[in-house]
Design a protein around this ligand. Structure first.
Ligand code: CA
Length: 308
C-alpha cells in the first residue's frame, strides 16, 4: 500500500515537472502592447534596445508586445502618422481590434496623436516621462529663453549638459535638420499648439490630472523626478546639468513632472531620471527605487485589470 502511494506521488510529481513551462499571466492584456520610443536622436542606444529589458519582461508575464520604430527625430505629427501606419499593420497581423500604446518622452505625444485621429484603434495611451506640455530643455536647444528667471550661467551649464547628452545618445553624430523639427514639437510653444489640436487627456490646470478616458481611450502617465541616480551611469552628470534649466521645479533631467502629466497620473515623482524611465543606460538605475521594468509590468497588469 505504502509502495503504491509512493509510486502515485512520484508519478504525479513527474507529470507536473513534465508540463511545458508556461509564461505568467500578470501582464496578459486583452490588446497588444506597443512601445513607442522618443527623445531627440536615437532608436537604439548603440546596439542596445531602447526599452532595455522591458519587452522580454512583459512577454514573460504573458503580454503580446510590439516595439515600433518611427523617425528618431521629427515633428510629432510626422512621427504620429508613421506610428498609425504601424498600428494598422499590427492590428492586421494579430487580428486584434485595438492596441495599448506606451510611449516614452516624445513617444507620449506621438501616441496621443494616433489616439486623437483614430480613437477606434486605441484602447489606451500611457505616457512615460512624456513631453506633454513641452520641455525647457527643448526651449534651450532652440535658444528661446526657458520659462522662469534663470541666470545666463545656469543656461550655459545646462547647454553644456545637453551637448554632452546628445553626444552620448547619438554616438557623437550630433543633430540634423529633423532634430530641430523634433525640438520645435518638444518646445513649450510647439507643445501648446499641438495640444490645441489634440487635447485628449491633457490636464486643464497647470499640474493636475487629465480626463481618464476620452472617446473610449484610457489615458495614464508616470514620470521620474530625479536627475542623478546611479554613479556608474555616464548620462547622469549631463542630466544633472540639463535639470538645472527647470529652476528648481520637479523634473527628470529633461522633462518637468508637471509637463509629464496625462490622464490618470500614477506618479510624477519616482526617484528616477529620464533615461532610467526606459531602464537605461543598460539597466543602470536607482537601486533604492522601484525598478523601471516593474513599473511597466505593473502598468500592463493595470491595463489587464481594466479589461484593456
Ligand atoms: Ca540611468
Amino acid at each position: 500500500m505504502k509502495k503504491v502511494l509512493v509510486w502515485c506521488i512520484s508519478a504525479f510529481l513527474f507529470a507536473l515537472a513534465s508540463l511545458p513551462a508556461s509564461a505568467g499571466t500578470y501582464a496578459q492584456t486583452r490588446y497588444p502592447i506597443v512601445l513607442v520610443h522618443g527623445l531627440f536622436g536615437f532608436d537604439n542606444i548603440g546596439p542596445v534596445e531602447y526599452f532595455y529589458g522591458i519587452p522580454s519582461a512583459l512577454r514573460n508575464d504573458g503580454a503580446s508586445v510590439f516595439v515600433v520604430q518611427v523617425s528618431a527625430t521629427n515633428s510629432t505629427e510626422v512621427r504620429g502618422e508613421q506610428l498609425l501606419t504601424q498600428v494598422k499593420k499590427i492590428l492586421a497581423a494579430t487580428g486584434a481590434a485595438k492596441v495599448n500604446l506606451i510611449g516614452h518622452s516624445h513617444g507620449g505625444p506621438t501616441s496621443r496623436y494616433v489616439a486623437s485621429v483614430r480613437p477606434d484603434l486605441v484602447a489606451s495611451v500611457t505616457s512615460v516621462g512624456g513631453v506633454n506640455k513641452g520641455s525647457a530643455v527643448a526651449d534651450l536647444l532652440l535658444k528661446v529663453a526657458p520659462p522662469g528667471s534663470i541666470s545666463n550661467s545656469i543656461i550655459a551649464m545646462a547647454g553644456n549638459g545637453l551637448a554632452t547628452l546628445i553626444n552620448i545618445l547619438t554616438g557623437g553624430s550630433g543633430l540634423n535638420q529633423a532634430s530641430l523639427a523634433a525640438a520645435q514639437s518638444l518646445s513649450t510653444a510647439g507643445s501648446l499648439k499641438f495640444n490645441q489640436a489634440h487635447p485628449q487627456g491633457i490636464p486643464t490646470s497647470a499640474c493636475g490630472e487629465g480626463a481618464y478616458s476620452v472617446k473610449g481611450v484610457a489615458y495614464y502617465s508616470w514620470s521620474g523626478a530625479r536627475n542623478y541616480t546611479n554613479v556608474l551611469d555616464v548620462a547622469d552628470p549631463a542630466l544633472s546639468l540639463t535639470g538645472l534649466v527647470f529652476g528648481g521645479a520637479k523634473n527628470d533631467g529633461l522633462v518637468s513632472s508637471c509637463s509629464s502629466r496625462l490622464g490618470r497620473v500614477i506618479r510624477d515623482d519616482y526617484a528616477i531620471n529620464h533615461l532610467d524611465e526606459v531602464n537605461q543606460m543598460i539597466g543602470l538605475v536607482n537601486l533604492f527605487e522601484t525598478n523601471p521594468v516593474t513599473l511597466y509590468r505593473q502598468q500592463a497588469n493595470r491595463l489587464k485589470n481594466a479589461g484593456l
